[in-house]
Design a protein around this ligand. Structure first.
Ligand code: T4K
Length: 429
């Protein structure tokens, strides 16, 4: 791609014949997976704490260097169970800059999520703003290790201790990451991982509660299985949060390729970084090289004052090229329902969140994305930014952008829409 007329948004052919997704699942050794599935079928033990789930729990606990792992059907249910097991009620302080599941897991149990702003450096919950949000109804804090970068764990622990609050971490993005040399998984009262298909290590659907607290582990185990403490004996309110054997088989197979997945993500990250660093106004979020990380999110920040085109304009251009970027986590939980109706002015106390959700774009990575793909993506970004002013002017006169503005998406799913090809996108946008 050399000039602007080659861009699909201006009538060129999309750079990719097939869509490039953010969150395309990594698949480990297919034969190993199929062998496991055959064993499951032969054994006729499909769920309810089967051998694959038990082994998966052992291995996850081992990687995270934590005493207990309770595997679940997904991370949202894991959060709900952990929240209930910790006895959270009333109000819980959470960042708005997270996937909606973090807030919903509270609201689902009629607990009010109180949205706290993020630190402008780390993009995780800002410890300096938490104390002013604590009320007599506050029972806990949920920190989110956003895009796998850890929260300020010492400060949060100190605030929780001082105010006698429970401390839970949404570590959905952070499996196999470390903080000051210690693996994520054993901080706070408990942490929750996600092994959803879009995560670098997946079990189809899946999640886990991890903790060093024996009592909490025993309680969450009961709660995951309707509260059964034995046949015909229920000792707790519970739900059905169990992981099934097929999911655990996928999880175990994925674990065998853990290093390969991380190496590929790292290679992709470095490739993006190397090609983007020469383009003014765009940068990738930085990961601390001294720590272990999974590099599963490639987060591009756009400084519109330099690029002259906005994040949304760049997103539209890339989308038209069949590069299905995402605006994670636009527009912030506080602007989604029911929270927006409950607290229409929440944005006033979330200035850093409001800024960040306008600046970031998540780019494709994982084992299905090749170095050549990354080269092409970066080249498009480079051409667009080099001609930022002209692109903006042409785009703003174009039907695509006009229609995009008159039918604005009300959240990211609306932006992504259900479109499959750039032709359909052209029709729609
Ligand atoms: N806390 C945090 C901080 C989280 O980020 C998440 C989940 C949770 C809690 C809850 O975890 P789980 O309960 O899900 O275990 C996706 C994932 O569904 C979600 O797990 C993830 N975070 C979130 C960041 O991303 P969507 O709504 O963006 O998914 P969707 O369907 O639009 O797919 C994303 C992209 O991946 C698309 O381009 C399509 C592609 N894809 C997706 C699937 C499922 C594939 O290519 N193949 C697939 O099988 O939420």
């Amino acid at each position: 791609m050399k000039n602007l007329d080659d861009l699909a948004v201006f009538g060129g052919i999309p750079a990719f014949a097939e869509e490039l997704h953010v969150g395309r699942p990594n698949i480990g050794d297919r034969q190993r997976l199929l062998a496991r599935i055959n064993e499951i079928l032969d054994r006729r033990w499909l769920t309810n704490n089967g051998p694959n789930v038990q082994e998966f729990e052992r291995q996850i606990a081992d990687v995270a260097r934590v005493k207990h792992c309770i595997a679940t059907c997904n991370a949202t249910v894991a959060l709900e169970i952990a929240i209930r097991a910790l006895g959270l009620t009333g109000e819980v302080i959470v960042p708005s800059m997270t996937f909606i599941a973090t807030a919903h897991a509270l609201q689902w149990q009629e607990i009010t999520p109180v949205f706290c702003d993020i630190d402008p450096e780390t993009y995780t919950i800002d410890p300096n703003r938490i104390e002013q949000m604590i009320t007599p109804r506050t029972t806990g804090i949920i920190g989110v290790h956003l895009w796998s970068r850890p929260c300020d764990l010492e400060s949060l622990a100190e605030i929780a201790r001082r105010h006698n609050l429970k401390l839970l971490y949404d570590a959905a993005h952070s499996f196999a990451c470390s903080y000051k040399g210690r693996m994520i998984g054993s901080f706070g009262d408990a942490e929750v991982f996600s092994f959803h298909a879009t995560k670098f290590l997946n079990s189809l659907e899946g999640g886990a509660i991890v903790t060093n607290d024996d009592g909490l582990a025993a309680k969450t185990r009961l709660m995951r299985n309707f509260g059964f403490a034995g046949v015909d004996k229920v000792t707790h309110i519970g739900t059905n949060g169990k992981m099934d054997e097929m999911s655990a088989a996928m999880g175990l197979t994925s674990l065998e390729s853990l290093d390969e997945f991380i190496n590929t993500n790292y290679r992709n990250y470095k490739r993006y970084q190397c090609q983007l660093e020469k383009i003014p106004g765009v940068s990738l979020i930085i990961y601390n090289k001294a720590e272990r990380n999974n590099y599963q999110y490639i987060i591009l920040e756009i400084d519109e004052t330099e690029t002259l085109i906005s994040r949304d304009q760049l997103a539209l251009i890339l989308y038209m090229e069949n590069i299905l970027v995402r605006r994670y986590f636009y527009p912030g939980c506080h602007r989604m329902e029911p929270y927006h109706s409950y607290y229409p002015h929440a944005g006033l106390v979330l200035p850093e969140t409001e800024k960040l959700v306008q600046r970031v774009l998540c780019l494709p990575t994982g084992t299905t994305v090749s170095p050549a793909d990354i080269g092409q993506i970066c080249q498009i970004i480079q051409v667009v930014v080099e001609h930022g002013r002209e692109v903006r002017e042409r785009l703003e006169k174009s039907e695509h952008w006009g229609r995009f503005l008159t039918e604005p998406p009300d959240h990211d799913r609306g932006f992504q829409s259900d479109l499959q090809t750039s032709d359909q996108l052209r029709d729609k946008v």
